[in-house]
Design a protein. Structure first.
Length: 476
């Protein structure tokens, strides 16, 4: 009844404004915006349509409507909708349960703006998790597959948590889908031998798990060797999920997988080496909320799944960002001997890419500084592949160097600010990792390194969208 009353009031107001009652209207309002979905006072869950109606003499010139949602422990969130529908989606599962206020603001040509009345809604999601693990043990990591399965079985699935794995092994033909219960594995499917380096095999697993184990929050962990984006001369682009009986998933293919899934994955985890790169994040950003991965290599024992899953079992209502922070903390604590990194970052923001592009542009426009920039690249925090370097450390060294022009310094500071904005948690152990800040990037320090990688790099979205590769060409 409340929804019907609200819609009726909106209709009456629109009809009155447009002068359709009793003849023409000489003093019609120029612009009015009203939220039509969700309705005021309603309770919402899962994916919700945000929709507005705009009327008035300037309605046809409205270029966008911004919905601002306030409430909970978050800063205001802005969702933008465009004509003609002025509709967009709000995934309420990324917000804690509680009451939120929503206001719409319409932007018309000539700078005219109008705001809607504020409405209030209650988010009430019955939080359930599906924790998917794609375990490619069809290689020299086969010996540690069972150890990680044992860690998962130490916790097991609950009525709020489904732990679903697909496992391939080197010395056994076939692969298996399991539901991990406390102390046991329940076989869900036995499949013929699969090439876990085929992106379609990964996509099929994701779609199957999300269809058969629907949840309000999804985690996908890709478990295997990793190599960031990198390729060597004569090789395909290195990526993730290396199958010694088949191939591997390169970075472009990984992006295609994420573009093809039916709905976003809330947390993407890479229990694989060297995957916390801006180039990798940029390739998959529109189908995930958070990425948890390492700038450096990962020890064979990988993530401590017992500690990580216990967090979900103890508190299924945990916030997404808080859970990613817990993953980072448990992992770093697992390896006190040093030489490890792990970080959590926001995936759906392009801020780092934009600012990295601005930095590349500033460097290209200051040729007199190129020699100093190359010296700084050589001294920047590096990882197992020496042309993978920490982006924040590079920017900080530029900013702190007295020979660097102001334009580059300012752009470098903007990169540092952007990284601080998107990195949720970062941890590392060991003096060799001391200048790690959570995001690495390709920074070759020689012509040979550049030439070995540039052909593969040019295929990446990050290379298409920024001047980073052009900057490297200029430097070397």
């Amino acid at each position: 009844m409340k929804a019907l009353v609200w819609k009726f009031l909106v209709l009456v107001l629109v009809v009155f404004i447009m002068g359709q009652v009793g003849g023409s209207c000489s003093n019609c309002i120029d612009l009015l915006v009203v939220i039509t979905s969700p309705t005021n006072g309603s309770t919402v869950s899962d994916m919700v349509e945000l929709k507005a109606s705009v009327v008035g003499s300037l309605a046809s010139s409205v270029t966008r409507v911004e919905f601002t949602i306030t409430g909970g422990p978050y800063p205001p969130s802005i969702f933008t909708a465009y004509p003609p529908s002025y509709s967009t989606d709000w995934d309420t599962t990324t917000f804690v349960n509680g009451t939120y206020s929503i206001k719409a603001k319409a932007y018309a040509s000539g700078g005219t703006t109008r705001e809607s009345p504020t409405i209030s809604v209650t988010v009430n999601n019955d939080i359930k998790w599906t924790f998917m693990v794609y375990i490619n043990g069809d290689n020299n990591l086969e010996s540690v597959v069972q150890a990680d399965l044992n860690e998962m079985m130490a916790v097991g699935s609950t009525n709020k948590l489904d732990i679903i794995v697909q496992v391939d092994k080197y010395q056994e033909s076939g692969c298996w889908r399991y539901k991990v219960n406390q102390g046991t594995l329940t076989t869900l499917a036995t499949l013929p031998e699969q090439d876990f380096g085929d992106p379609n095999v990964l996509l099929n697993f994701i779609d199957w798990a999300m269809t058969n184990y629907p949840a309000s929050r999804y985690v996908l962990v890709i478990w295997d060797h990793g190599g960031g984006w990198r390729r060597k001369a004569g090789e395909a682009i290195k990526g993730i999920s290396y199958d010694d009986h088949g191939s591997h998933i390169d970075t472009v293919e990984l992006g295609n997988v994420f573009a093809s899934i039916s709905r976003p994955i809330h947390i993407v985890g890479m229990d694989a080496c060297l995957m916390q790169m801006e180039e990798v994040a940029h390739q998959i950003m529109f189908r995930g909320y958070y990425l948890v991965a390492s700038e450096e290599t990962i020890p064979g024992n990988g993530w401590p799944y017992d500690d990580i899953l216990q967090e979900l079992k103890n508190n299924p209502n945990i916030e997404l960002s808080t859970f990613t922070e817990k993953i980072v903390n448990h992992y770093v604590a697992e390896y006190p001997g040093g030489g490890v990194t792990l970080s959590s970052r926001i995936l759906y923001s392009r801020e780092v890419a934009y600012k990295a592009n601005d930095l590349a542009h500033a460097i290209r426009n200051n040729q007199n500084a190129w020699g100093t920039v190359k010296e700084i690249i050589s001294s920047t925090q590096r990882y197992y592949y020496s042309d993978y370097k920490d982006l924040y450390d590079f920017a900080k060294r530029l900013k702190d160097n007295g020979l660097i022009p102001t334009a580059i310094k300012n752009a470098a500071q903007a990169v540092m600010n952007a990284i601080n904005n998107v990195v949720i948690a970062e941890g590392h152990n060991g003096t060799s990792m001391a200048n790690s800040h959570g995001i690495s990037i390709w920074l070759p320090h020689s012509t040979d390194q550049l030439n070995a990688g540039k052909a593969g790099y040019s295929l990446l979205d990050f290379a298409h969208d920024t001047e980073w590769d052009e900057m490297l060409d200029d430097l070397y």
